[in-house]
Design a protein around this ligand. Structure first.
Ligand SMILES: [Zn+2]
Length: 411
């Protein structure tokens, strides 16, 4: 557990510690419990609590009478006191999620990503949509802590630039963070999409607490977000999690990198669609390329419906994909000793009924698996908006969680 310090110089850190404790206690905490759990003196905890109440971030709830002493007043997070907007830029769709201070989704919206190479136009559209969401929900701009944006890597995190991600034409060296901040007037944080998804899993309470896990993002492309010891792992340049070129089939097709059998080339939706087309399971008027987003989306749905019938041909395709994903996961587990893999992303839910059980079995019985503990293979409880929600949570994390860096809310 994070503990506070009774030092004036780290007052903001202590405030974040207390706010974090109250946020994580939906039933409320008394002042005594806040002081005990934070390790701060009763007087310091009381002073900070008063500041949080005065600032509207925390409210006093009901009085609890438990014994002969003074009744205890419960402190709760005032969830509707501040908001963030999370945006997820994907080659196919741009997702917006308005979150309250508790990280709950208040409103969301999706729009098709324009295929024309026009980053400036897309950023202007984003700014317009963010304003529109706030207006529809009647949320004053002063209550917005900031905007988080999740984008496909690679990123130049220090400059806030997107660096020519696959399948986003014209997005070579785009200052997304600063341009969106200028267009909206809000502070903006930029994060790689898979890392944002992992942050959502950390923040949104959707099951048992997980400290060491990989979030397997299954979208137009694949990637993983990593959490080790309850902290997101970003790496030297914030680009950790690109596992697409892990080789999982020695005689597989040639990948864009020149080698054969890379997992990121084999298991993505457009490849599954191509295999199903070649097997005659589904039909299309013309060959389907990975850039034909609408066709891939529709044909992928058609295939996943067929796969539910467990006929021999669709089963062979499904088991091939399950085997390829499982081999990559075993490499990741062996390297990092995570005990859970959480699956999610925009294409996952449709194929999950056919894949999840097979992957669970294949990973846990793989002779190459080193750790002796079971590897939990789970669905994300958050849904398809996970990266947008994670981007919004990132702003909450930077504003509210106990980091020694400056707090946005105290500006
Ligand atoms: Zn490759």
């Amino acid at each position: 557990m994070r503990r506070g310090h009774n030092l004036g110089a780290v007052g903001e850190f202590n405030q974040a510690v207390i706010l974090d404790l109250i946020r994580r206690a939906p039933d409320g905490l008394s002042r005594v419990e806040v002081a005990q759990a934070s390790g701060l003196s009763a007087q310091t905890a009381s002073n900070i609590t008063r500041r949080l109440i005065d600032g509207g971030l925390v409210r006093e709830g009901e009085r609890l009478i438990t014994g002969p002493g003074k009744p205890r007043t419960l402190l709760r997070l005032n969830a509707s006191s501040r908001y963030t907007v999370g945006v997820h830029l994907d080659p196919t769709v741009i997702t917006y999620a308005l979150l309250d201070l508790a990280g709950s989704v208040v409103a969301d919206h999706r729009a098709r990503t324009p295929t024309a190479p026009d980053p400036a136009g897309v950023i202007a559209d984003m700014a317009h949509e963010i304003s529109a969401i706030l207006e529809r929900q009647s949320i004053p701009r002063e209550q917005v802590l900031g905007v988080g944006i999740a984008a496909p890597g690679p990123l130049d995190a220090s400059r806030g630039n997107v660096l020519d991600p696959p399948m986003l034409d014209g997005w070579d060296v785009v200052p997304l963070r600063d341009a969106l901040s200028q267009a909206t007037g809000f502070p903006v944080v930029l994060e790689k999409d898979v890392t944002a998804a992992a942050i959502a899993e950390l923040w949104v309470d959707s099951g048992p607490r997980r400290d060491n896990f990989a979030f397997f993002y299954y979208g137009t492309g694949i990637g993983i977000g990593l959490v080790i010891n309850h902290e997101v792992l970003r790496g030297a340049s914030d680009n950790a999690g690109d596992m697409g070129h892990i080789m999982v089939q020695a005689d597989g097709p040639v990948c864009s990198c020149g080698r054969r059998g890379c997992v990121g080339d084999l298991v993505v939706p457009h490849r599954i669609v191509q295999r199903a087309l070649a097997a005659g399971l589904i039909a299309a008027d013309s060959p389907v390329d990975r850039a034909d987003f609408d066709d891939v989306d529709r044909l992928f749905t058609e295939f996943t419906v067929l796969a539910m019938r467990h006929d021999a041909v669709s089963r062979e395709i499904v088991m091939g994909v399950a085997t390829q994903i499982s081999r990559a996961i075993v490499s990741i587990v062996n390297l990092l000793d995570v005990d859970t893999i959480v699956f999610g992303g925009p294409f996952w839910r449709r194929i999950e009924p056919a894949l999840l059980g097979a992957i669970r079995h294949l990973v846990n019985t793989d002779p190459a698996l080193i750790p002796k503990h079971p590897i939990h293979i789970e669905n994300s409880g958050i849904g398809e908006d996970v990266a947008a929600i994670g981007a919004g949570c990132l702003v909450l994390d930077q504003s509210l969680a106990p980091h020694t860096s400056a707090l946005l809310i105290s500006r």
